[in-house]
Design a protein around this ligand. Structure first.
Ligand SMILES: [Zn+2]
Length: 231
């Protein structure tokens, strides 16, 4: 294995990439393998692809991109056989504004040549959605948009049918630091979005932040309060 994969439930794992501690999620069954977010570079993505084939015994069939930021979307170029699901706004950034992705990635310390390679290979996402259900036989990955927050188009991916409910939160939840409130965030809407995210997962789900260690509903409620206090 190239990365350490943390088991979250039966057929559900994630790894934390060394660069920026980005979560990459994986859900698999006998009929497919869904990747949630993809890292920044094709080198990272090639290592993920090899790990998925070893862990799940199959290639990535679907990808869910939680939002348009470079550290979540640029690795998607590496998975040319996978159906990519993302919000319409994320697809628009990938197709129309790669220079914004490049500038942001380089500002955060990514190698410019690596970024150029990933951008040159980017393909238009096939499924531009705010909600979708990806059926994997005995389990489902439910993609939804609980509201505006870290961006205006954050998606979450909830895994049902495994022995535990797992919610991949993208950057709506962060554990390694406070949530990142950027120029494209909507701080006023974010607390209510967290309420809807908590309704989806409930008290007993595992909540997987976009960056950092696994958290529970209590942590998400605390982070909701912190966000509300910033207003
Ligand atoms: Zn982000």
């Amino acid at each position: 294995m190239n990365h350490a994969w943390e088991r979250l439930a039966d057929g559900v794992s994630r790894c934390r990439l060394p660069f920026l501690d980005v979560t990459v999620g994986l859900v698999w069954s006998r009929t497919g393998a869904v990747l949630i977010d993809t890292g920044t570079t094709l080198t990272e993505a090639r290592a993920i692809r090899a790990d998925v084939e070893a862990l799940a015994g199959r290639e990535v069939s679907h990808i869910v991109l939680t939002h348009s930021h470079f550290d979540h979307v640029l690795g998607s170029s590496q998975f040319d056989g996978a159906a990519v699901y993302c919000a319409p706004a994320a697809a628009a950034t990938m197709i129309d504004e790669p220079s914004l992705l490049r500038a942001d990635a380089v500002r955060h310390g990514a190698d410019p040549d690596d970024v150029d390679e990933a951008i040159a290979a980017l393909r238009p996402p096939q499924h531009r959605v705010l909600s979708a259900v990806i059926e994997l036989g005995d389990r489902e990955v439910v993609v939804s948009h609980p509201g505006r927050g870290h961006t205006d188009h954050d998606l979450i991916a909830t895994v049902t049918g495994a022995d535990r409910t797992v919610v991949f939160c993208g950057d709506l939840v962060e554990e390694s630091g406070h949530p990142c409130i950027g120029a494209d965030s909507d701080p006023a809407a974010w607390p209510a979005t967290m309420d809807r995210l908590l309704e989806v997962g409930g008290d007993d789900a595992v909540y997987v932040p976009g960056h950092g260690a696994l958290v529970d509903a209590r942590f998400v409620r605390r982070q909701r309060r912190w966000l509300a206090d910033q207003l």
